[in-house]
Design a protein around this ligand. Structure first.
Ligand code: NAD
Ligand code: ZN
Length: 358
C-alpha cells in the first residue's frame, strides 16, 4: 500500500527567504550551528551576504559541474565529523536539484551509519536525518518536494536516490525572486523536467487519482509558462515554482515512463546532466508520446530554445551496449510505460536506433 507523505511546512512568495532567520530561531536544538549547502553560482553574491550566517556555521559551496556522487556525500560527512560539526541544528540547502539533493543526502547520512551507497534504494534509511530546510533557486526537478535524492555510484553504475520519507525536507522556502538569474536555456531544460515527468506518469499503467491531479495541474502551469511570450516574467517564474513543487508531490504518487530511463542511460554513460538529457531524449520520443512530443517542440520553438541533437549518432558498439544496459536497468518505469513485455519491445537494436535518433 502506498502511504504518501508530503512536505509539512512551506512558505511561498517573493522575498520569503528573509524569513530564514526567524525559522531557524524557532527551531529548538542542543547545538546552535547550521550547515549550509549553497550552489556555487551564489558565491560572492548579495544573496549570501544577506543570509543569517554566523561564525560557528559551516558553509559549503556546491559545485554543479557533476551531479551528486555517493563519494561526494561521504566526503561531506567526513569533513563535518572531522571538524566536529556533524550534529548541526539544521542543514540549509540553497540551489538547484544538485544542491537540494546534496542537503537531503548529507542530512540522512549524519544520523545513519555507513555510507551513502548503503541507502540507494527504497526505504533503507532507518532514522530521521538532521532537520533540513530547502530553498530552490531554479524550478522544475521537484527535488524540493520529493522523497528522493539522486546520486550516482560510479563503482556499481547505479544512479539511484535514498527513497525514504526521511529524505523529505522539513521546511521549504519557495521564493520566486531567486530564479531571476537562471540562464534561459537552463530555465527551459529544468522547467521541462516537471512537464516530462507528469506526461510520463499520466501515460503509464500505474495511476492514482491524487498523482494524476498533481500531474495535470503541473502540466497546465507549464503550458501557461512555456506558451507565453516571456517564460521568465515575474508571474511565470512564480507559476513554474508552483508547477515544480506539484510535480515533486506527484513523484510520490506515480512512476515515470520511457523518457527518464533513456535519459538516465545518457547520464550514466555519457555524463549528460539530467534535465538537458530528458530534452535530448525527447528528440526520439514521438512514437511513445506523439501528442506531447509535438507540444514539447512547439514550446521550445516558441521560447527560441535549441534542443541539442545527434549526441549519440556515431558511438562504438560497446558504448551502445552500455547505454542499452543503463536504460533497461530501470524496470519500474519501463514496466509502467510499456507493460511486462518491455524487454521484447526494447531489443538492443531498437534501443540503439532510439539513441541514434536523438
Ligand atoms: P542544477 O542543480 O543541476 O543546476 C543547474 C545549473 O543552474 C547550475 O549551473 C547552477 O549553478 C545553475 N543555477 C541554479 N540556480 C541558479 C540561479 N538562480 N541563477 C543562475 N544559475 C543558477 O539544477 P537542476 O536542473 O534543478 O537539478 C538537476 C539535478 O536534480 C540532477 O542531479 C538530478 O539528478 C536531480 N533531480 C532530483 C530529483 C529529486 O526528486 N530529488 C528529481 C529530478 C532531478
Ligand atoms: Zn526528472
Amino acid at each position: 500500500m502506498n502511504n504518501s507523505k508530503n512536505i509539512l511546512n512551506y512558505m511561498f512568495g517573493k522575498g520569503t527567504i528573509s524569513n530564514l532567520e526567524t525559522i531557524l530561531n524557532l527551531k529548538e536544538s542542543v547545538n546552535t550551528y547550521i550547515v549550509y549547502y549553497i550552489d556555487e553560482y551564489f558565491k560572492d553574491s548579495d544573496l549570501v551576504k544577506k543570509l543569517p550566517i554566523k561564525e560557528e556555521d559551516k558553509v559549503f559551496f556546491v559545485q554543479t559541474k557533476d551531479e551528486p556522487k555517493t563519494q561526494f556525500i561521504n566526503e561531506y560527512r567526513d569533513i563535518l565529523v572531522q571538524e566536529n560539526k556533524n550534529k548541526p541544528k539544521a542543514i540549509v540547502a540553497i540551489g538547484g536539484g544538485i544542491t537540494l539533493d546534496t542537503g537531503k543526502a548529507v542530512s540522512n547520512l549524519l544520523t545513519n551509519e555507513g555510507n551513502a551507497e548503503d541507502y540507494q534504494g527504497w526505504d533503507l534509511v532507518k532514522k530521521p536525518g538532521i532537520y533540513k530546510i530547502g530553498i530552490p533557486t531554479i524550478s522544475g526537478t521537484g527535488a524540493e518536494a520529493s522523497r528522493t535524492c539522486v546520486m550516482t555510484n560510479p563503482d556499481s553504475g547505479l544512479k539511484l536516490g535514498m527513497n525514504s520519507d526521511f529524505t523529505i525536507y522539513d521546511q521549504l522556502i519557495l521564493d520566486p525572486d531567486l530564479t531571476k538569474t537562471v540562464p534561459r536555456e537552463q530555465y527551459f531544460y529544468t522547467g521541462m523536467d516537471t512537464y516530462i515527468h507528469c506526461i510520463e506518469s499520466l501515460n503509464g499503467a500505474y495511476r492514482n487519482a491524487i498523482g494524476d491531479a498533481f500531474s495535470n495541474q503541473a502540466i497546465s502551469l507549464c503550458k501557461e509558462v512555456f506558451l507565453s511570450d516571456d517564460m521568465m516574467s515575474d508571474e511565470n517564474r512564480e507559476k513554474l515554482m508552483v508547477a515544480s513543487y506539484l510535480g515533486g508531490c506527484a513523484i510520490a504518487n506515480s512512476y515515470v515512463g520511457v523518457v527518464h530511463p533513456f535519459s538516465a542511460g545518457l547520464s550514466v554513460v555519457l555524463d549528460t546532466h539530467h534535465c538537458i538529457g530528458n530534452c535530448i531524449t525527447m528528440n526520439a520520443m514521438e512514437e511513445f508520446y506523439p501528442k506531447e512530443y509535438k507540444d514539447f517542440f512547439y514550446m521550445a520553438k516558441k521560447q527560441g530554445i535549441k534542443i541539442p541533437k545527434a549526441i549519440c549518432t556515431d558511438l562504438d558498439e560497446q558504448t551502445y551496449f552500455n547505454l542499452y544496459n543503463s536504460t533497461l536497468i530501470h524496470e519500474k518505469p519501463l514496466l509502467n510505460a510499456l507493460g511486462s513485455s518491455f524487454k521484447d519491445k526494447l531489443t538492443l537494436d531498437k534501443v540503439k536506433e532510439i539513441f541514434k535518433r536523438m
